[in-house]
Design a protein around this ligand. Structure first.
Ligand code: ATP
Ligand code: MG
Length: 553
């Protein structure tokens, strides 16, 4: 295997397990609950689990952990499949649903009852909590703890047969009410819930709890290494208890790793869901979200997300990553891959007074100086152009090298122009900028004019540029205030979306969903998959070009 130094702690554990013969092969799974869309944190788990399976020539399962029908929906099953596939994790024909093991789980529950390791309890939720004790005090025994096996079997079967309403009884594991680990104080294994399930319909009105179901799901599928996040560390003794009490021959091994958190970003499923449900964002795939669907719609690529996860690393120590690192990854990914075109986001008319009226010429432009394969194109040029509003100032500050009266700049891929003044409306707003061009400065003609300019600005030809809606994004969180306020609500940034009526080179008018480009000086952009239509393009800014982020490695 690889160099020891570069292997993460999970790989080292697996190496050891294989060497010692605890397992003969590696089998992992990604076990999402279909109660929402996946987010960047899940990407870490997906990349880790599928990557480990691939690295060891093992198997990888996509398993829906659908044991709690309250919030689960087929819409989420479909979106999760799409996102996992898009990220490049291949489950082949290994798609499973925990709900298809309900019969087996029920059988295992009977086994536990029969051997005296589980009992039916009549306590309600509040009482169970009260009986559980605290970190400093042991719990109290449930009055149902000493019920006979026969009686437990009878009531549990009746629970399954729908005899009782929700909450009347639960099935508890008989472990240790004095355990220092509260998870071991007779945990609930099954509860009654008369709720139809997206896969099993009305067949069941009792559902297994996560701590009982998950180890069994792993065992049934023959998982060797059950990789999960740190919050389950204290549940591991219970995981192992279930496996042992149920007599599983080859016990799967749970190993915990730290969750991926992004500083100042809404990552939890619950919180993303809230933003979706209260209409703050445009669905689960809003480009401001770090849901996988949102990142995809924004223009992130699977490669950039995988790279990000890799840079974050796998460890047991909780830490937070910076959004800037994710942005760095998409910039690096797209830089050599996409064409660099011109688009004007906040347009202002530039009139070249000495350019012949009615004349248009085609100028050559290189599509990406870092990637010859992307070739060349022509851009049309005429007397009236669109430039960025911020590229003209009537009274410029020091070190402003763009257009102002008397100053000369280069129009990218075209000519030098010298600013002569501007037009204003009755309110004093600037409506157009005037200039003259120097035909000898035509780009690519090789004419040496012996003059230099300090500024280069981009432009599009007003005569045939395509109007485009351009969406600029900021963090949906108000970074000054932090993600959550005292009531647990999200501090929203009111400026997280700016919609601009811009102009793009005419070929961009037909951009297809997810097509990405660099718009020179403005950043990387992606045609919006929901709203962009041929002739009516809409672009999302994925990321700007500049960053203070430095990869420190
Ligand atoms: P959330 O924390 O957003 O509510 P969840 O953990 O409830 O998500 P699940 O569908 O239960 O979502 O998660 C599926 C798998 O993804 C689990 O194994 C879980 O540990 C892992 N996972 C969830 N969030 C993260 C994260 N931020 N970083 C790494 N793995 C994660
Ligand atoms: Mg969960």
């Amino acid at each position: 295997m690889d160099n020891k130094e570069t292997r993460n702690f999970i790989e080292r554990e697996i190496d050891k397990d294989l060497k010692e013969g605890t397992y003969s092969s590696v089998h992992t799974r990604f076990p999402p609950e279909p109660n929402g869309y996946l987010h960047i944190g899940h990407a870490k788990s997906i990349v880790l689990n599928s990557g480990i399976a691939e690295e060891y020539g093992g198997l990888f399962n996509l398993r829906f952990d659908d044991t709690n029908p309250t919030k689960e929906k087929p819409e989420f099953v479909e979106s999760i499949k799409e996102d996992v596939k898009w990220l490049g994790a291949d489950w082949g024909d290994r798609l499973f649903f925990a709900s298809s093991y309900f019969d087996k789980m029920y059988e295992y529950a009977l086994v536990l009852i029969e051997k005296g390791s589980a009992y039916v309890s009549e306590l309600n939720a509040d009482e169970i909590r009260e009986y559980r004790g605290t970190l400093t005090e042991p719990g109290k025994e449930d009055p149902g703890r000493n019920r006979s096996v026969e009686e437990n079997l009878r009531i549990f079967k009746e629970m399954k047969d729908g005899v009782y309403e929700d909450g009347k009884y639960v099935l508890r594991g008989k472990i240790d009410m004095a355990s220092p680990n509260i998870n071991m104080r007779d945990p609930i294994l099954y509860r009654i819930a008369h709720i139809p399930h997206h896969n099993t319909g009305d067949k069941w009105c009792i559902y297994p709890m996560y701590d009982f179901a998950h180890p069994l799901e792993d065992a049934i599928e023959g998982i060797s290494h059950s990789l999960c996040t740190l919050e389950f560390e204290d549940h591991r003794p219970l995981y192992d208890w279930v496996i042992k009490e149920c007599g599983i021959e080859v016990p799967p091994r749970q190993i915990e790793f730290a969750k991926l958190y992004l500083n100042n970003v809404v990552t939890g499923k619950r919180y993303i869901k809230k933003l979706v449900e209260d209409g703050t964002v445009d669905g689960w795939d809003d480009p401001r979200l770090v849901s996988i669907a949102g990142l995809r719609r924004r223009g992130y690529t699977p490669e950039s997300i995988r790279k990000f996860v890799e840079l974050c690393g796998i460890s047991k120590a909780q830490s937070t990553a910076e959004m800037e690192m994710l942005e760095y990854c998409i910039r690096e990914d797209l830089k050599p891959k996409v064409k660099r075109l011109m688009a004007v986001i906040h347009p202002l008319k530039l009139i070249i007074d000495n350019y012949p009226e009615g004349q248009t010429e085609e100028l050559k432009a290189v599509n990406n100086p870092d990637n010859e394969e992307l070739g060349e194109r022509t851009v049309s040029f005429s007397r009236e152009l669109w430039i960025e509003r911020e590229d003209f100032m009537e009274e410029p500050p020091k070190k402003y090298f763009r257009l102002f009266p008397g100053n000369e700049v280069r129009l990218m891929n075209a000519y030098f122009v010298k600013c002569t003044g501007c037009d204003k409306d009755a309110e004093g707003n600037i409506t157009a900028v005037h200039c003259t061009y120097d035909p000898l400065t035509k780009q690519g003609t090789g004419v040496e004019i012996g003059r230099k300019v300090k500024g280069t600005i981009h432009w599009v030809n007003a005569g045939d540029a395509a109007p485009a809606e351009i969406r600029l994004y900021e963090n949906i969180v108000d970074e000054e205030k932090g993600v959550y306020n005292e009531e647990g609500n999200i501090n929203l940034n009111p400026n997280s979306l700016e919609v601009c009526a811009g102009f793009v080179e005419k070929s961009l008018s037909e951009a297809k969903a997810y097509d990405s480009f660099q718009f020179v000086r403005n950043g990387f952009f992606c045609a919006d998959a929901k709203d962009s239509k041929p002739g009516k393009p809409v672009f999302n800014r994925i990321v700007s070009l500049k960053s203070s982020f430095k990869l420190s490695q």
